[in-house]
Design a binder for this molecule. Structure first.
Ligand SMILES: Cc1cc2nc3c(=O)[nH]c(=O)nc-3n(C[C@H](O)[C@H](O)[C@H](O)COP(=O)(O)O)c2cc1C
Length: 473
């Protein structure tokens, strides 16, 4: 049987998400990001196209690496203005029955205790259809605006993330036992206090002694997404993520990534097939190849050169304004998305700054393909067969047009070929994707905190043992 292909839609609560400058296209509706109807209408379209979910990116901070200023980012609406993504979960769930809603939130800017409540609330209101895209962030400006000296070093951010998710797991998995809420009107007991536990977390970065504020939501821990691409990032993804996002520009890079992440997941005791990998791509689909190519050229004519380099500079941490358009991109040590610089300098292709700017103009961090439904279906099938990737994370060039054309032309073609779903599974987002159960499986690291009292006893026994063991110098 041919391999199945899955789709997520990639959007952000802002105007210029991945294709800077295309907000000026006469048919682009991204400026409506602040209207609830933009999101509800889009969600209905995506559910009609059997997308796994809508995935909403987010950054705290602005892109001020290019020319050392945020002038062009602000002028070109390059992910600024940007609204809060989590508030979109409930209205999207309200107008759909199955669509997953992946929300990005950073482990670098908000305390896990308050975030745990916001996450559980979203899982309740969506009846278990929310996912959390765990990011560690890459913009210095965000860190400075919450009073930090700057962004911690890249790998330290992942150490913080490791402890952050531990706190979240303890609160969401361990604090409230199943059956804690009894709602017994006769006995006048709403919740059995014996079944609600303090998590007693004392760590390097966070101290959280007490109880979670929410009763358990349908998935307890919402579905976990992550996009680690560095050594530390991939390790984190292999241990924690259930869906992984990647922006691989070539099949060989993607194939190596997918096999590495599955190998590391297996080494961490997880089922490597229970990890879905989606590659970032922008699809420009139309009735015929010629029409799609003409549409691509039309879109390209609106792309912003400065806007593209604003993004590329922000993502990579390299100020590309310091080079001439014909200079080649060179490897520079930065504290941002290290893997982007590695992909651009790995020797497969030499990139000039001009090429990079043009490439990023439509599709941003990911690839862009244009063609008829048949052509695009051939391309996607080839990528899936050759790389073992599970699906694609579709960014838009012009919204909602890009998504509508995928749903109208491409989805039926893929369904005709038997490689795309024609129905959703019932249940929570986790059940729809993996079919097992609403909560994280027993081989996931979160499971160790389920019986939190037993966990606390093990920890205290371990500490006692450690204190009793004579230390040799
Ligand atoms: C498809 C995709 C979407 C991403 N979305 C976000 C996002 O919304 N916010 C963010 O701060 N980082 C985002 N990132 C960056 C990742 O979280 C991560 O930092 C990046 O993939 C590099 O990996 P590393 O952190 O291991 O170096 C995204 C990456 C990819 C590939």
């Amino acid at each position: 049987m041919s391999r199945q292909i899955r789709f997520n839609a990639f959007d952000m609560n802002c105007v210029g998400h991945q294709s800077p400058g295309l907000w000026a296209h006469p048919r682009d509706n991204s400026w409506r990001y602040k209207d609830i109807e933009y999101w509800t209408e889009l969600a209905v379209t995506l559910e009609r196209g059997f997308f796994d979910g809508i995935f909403i990116a987010d950054v705290i901070g602005y892109y001020d690496v290019y020319k050392g200023s945020n002038y062009h980012a602000i002028q070109q609406a390059a992910q600024i203005p940007v609204n809060d993504p989590l508030q979109l979960a409930a209205p999207i769930a309200f107008v759909t029955k199955h669509l997953g809603i992946g929300i990005t939130a950073s482990t670098s800017f908000e305390h896990p205790y308050t975030f745990a409540r916001r996450l559980s609330t979203a899982d309740h209101l969506t009846r278990g259809r929310v996912g959390w895209n765990i990011v560690t962030s890459y913009l210095e400006s965000g860190a400075r605006n919450i009073g930090q000296d700057g962004l911690p070093q890249h790998d330290t951010r992942y150490e913080v993330a490791g402890e952050y998710v531990e706190v979240i797991y303890k609160l969401l998995e361990g604090s409230w036992e199943d059956g804690a809420v009894v709602r017994d009107r006769e006995k006048r007991i709403f919740t059995n206090p014996e079944k609600v536990h303090e998590i007693a977390h004392k760590g390097r970065f966070f101290d959280v002694p007490g109880y979670h504020l929410c009763e358990p939501s349908p998935q307890r821990t919402p579905l976990l997404y992550q996009a680690g691409a560095s050594g530390a990032g991939k390790k984190f993804a292999a241990e924690h993520a259930e869906c992984v996002f990647v922006a691989a520009p070539t099949k060989s890079i993607l194939k190596a990534y997918v096999s590495d992440i599955r190998r590391q997941a297996a080494a961490a005791g997880r089922d490597p097939r229970k990890l879905l990998v989606y590659n970032l791509v922008t699809l420009i689909v139309d009735e015929t190849d010629a029409k799609a190519e003409a549409l691509f050229r039309d879109y390209q004519s609106y792309a912003s050169y400065d806007g593209s380099l604003v993004f590329m500079s922000g993502w990579s941490g390299i100020d590309f304004s310091k080079y001439t358009p014909n200079d080649l991109v060179e490897k520079v040590e930065t504290n941002a998305i290290i893997s982007l610089v590695e992909n651009l300098t790995n020797g497969e292709k030499a990139w000039t700054i001009e090429e990079l700017a043009r490439w990023g103009g439509v599709g941003g961090l990911g690839l862009a393909f244009a063609g008829s439904a048949e052509t695009i279906a051939d391309i996607l099938q080839e990528w899936v067969e050759e790389t073992d990737v599970d699906g694609f994370n579709l960014a838009y060039a012009v919204t909602p047009e890009s998504f509508e054309k995928v749903v109208h032309y491409l989805v039926p073609e893929l369904q005709k070929r038997g490689v795309y779903q024609t129905a959703y599974r019932e249940g929570t987002l986790r059940e729809k994707l993996f079919g097992d159960g609403p909560t994280l499986p027993a081989n996931h690291p979160a499971a160790q905190y389920r019986n939190i009292e037993a966990y606390k006893q093990r920890q205290s026994a371990h500490t006692q043992d450690h204190l009793r063991t004579p230390q040799t110098v």
